[in-house]
Design a protein around this ligand. Structure first.
Ligand code: ZN
Length: 375
């Protein structure tokens, strides 16, 4: 038998019923008044540890975040035999990191324990696969069968990521591998957006060395909406290169060329690109976001700890306030939601897919429909 048996449906149903009775139901008020959608958030860190989702929901209420993308973490840091102290970041010592598929099951199980009104505010993405393995799409299929109707996207897929890539065991992933093409094909068949981390270059090359890998994916899968995490930047790139002068013209060119490209502006883009050293909005980026008002979004990129959620998103305010008001609304909360399928993805031939939350062939949500999230 190629797969282990499905988990006991009855157990899960009981847990859902009792979970709904025991957990406080979040009022609709939080979503109606929400300023933000967090389009990039991890519920665990590089050790697969994270605070309970109830903590996240409380932090969202306090920070004016109505909805959030939630993703596990596809990589696990090893506590190596040679290391006397347990590391607390992936860069804590020289030990490797490895691909960790259980992250998706951890996320699914914690979501299934929430009350439906709580779960509706969280939008889970599948990330627990090795992007150099052509079996990656089998994992997506399997997780869809185990949790029909749950998943709303794929990512954060981690390909080019400077020091993290150097510590990752096995081959270096890239956005245009055959394995990733199979992942995009799965995304396309199911109307799922893909959040992709691919640094635009290496630590030393002062040119868009890896942009072509992302472009190849965009060109080959025009029906797949790809969200480029951090616009191809990273803190490590910044440390080595300073401000990359080619970033704005390159992102502009690629946005012009590929209508299926979306940009996550989360933190490593914020400074020094969106805001200068005096925290003033940079006019070139204000103009670009205003020119493509439905292509940009913001996120916290937190890893299982949510105490700084409000602070991380409020840091975007000087930039958001430099945008036309309606564009700021779209970037702050609407654009990410517009990319989600109307329902989570369901397997093609599974009886459990008759559940109310499963529908086949879900169309992509249009921006005009986003208001439904705030009712
Ligand atoms: Zn991330």
């Amino acid at each position: 038998m190629p797969y282990p048996p499905l988990p006991a449906v009855a157990t899960r149903a009981l847990r859902l019923i009792f979970g709904a009775l025991l957990l406080p139901v979040i009022t609709a008020t939080a979503s109606e008044e929400a300023r933000y959608t967090d389009s990039h958030l991890h519920t665990v860190d590089f050790f697969q540890q994270g605070a309970p989702l109830e903590t996240l929901l409380s932090a969202m209420d306090a920070a004016g975040v109505g909805n959030a993308m939630v993703s596990g973490m596809p990589l696990m840091k090893k506590w190596h035999e040679n290391e006397p102290k347990r590391p607390d970041t992936y860069a804590g010592d020289d030990a490797g990191v490895y691909w960790f598929s259980a992250t998706d099951a951890y996320l699914a199980e914690s979501l299934e324990a929430l009350a439906p009104a709580q779960r509706d505010r969280l939008h889970p993405f599948l990330s627990g696969f090795n992007p150099t393995d052509k079996n990656a799409d089998l994992h997506l299929q399997k997780m869809t069968e185990l949790y029909p109707g749950l998943w709303q996207g794929i990512g954060e897929v981690i390909t080019r990521h400077d020091d993290l890539t150097a510590l990752t065991e096995g081959e270096t992933p890239r956005a245009n591998s055959d394995a990733m093409f199979r992942v995009y094909r799965y995304a396309g068949h199911n109307g799922l957006p893909v959040l992709l981390h691919s640094n635009i270059t290496s630590k030393r090359e002062r040119n868009p060395l890896y942009a072509g890998e992302v472009e190849a994916a965009l060109a080959r899968f025009p029906d797949v909406n790809i969200i480029w995490a951090h616009a191809g930047t990273s803190k490590t790139l910044h440390r080595h290169q300073g401000t990359m002068a080619f970033l704005l013209p390159e992102i502009t060119r690629i946005l012009e060329t590929y209508p299926n490209l979306y940009i996550d502006l989360s933190w490593s883009v914020l400074r020094p690109y969106l805001l200068d050293s005096n925290d003033q909005p940079v006019s070139g980026w204000v103009a670009l976001v205003s020119r493509f008002p439905d292509r940009f979004m913001i996120g916290s990129d937190l890893l299982g700890k949510y105490g700084r959620l409000g602070e991380k998103l409020a840091e975007f305010e000087p930039f958001l306030q430099a945008l036309p008001k309606e564009v700021a609304h779209q970037v702050a909360r609407g654009n990410f939601l517009a990319l989600l399928p109307t329902r989570g993805v369901c397997p093609q031939h599974v009886a459990r897919c008759s559940q109310a939350r499963c529908v086949q062939g879900t169309p992509k949500r249009r921006l005009a429909d986003v208001a439904a999230y705030f009712r």
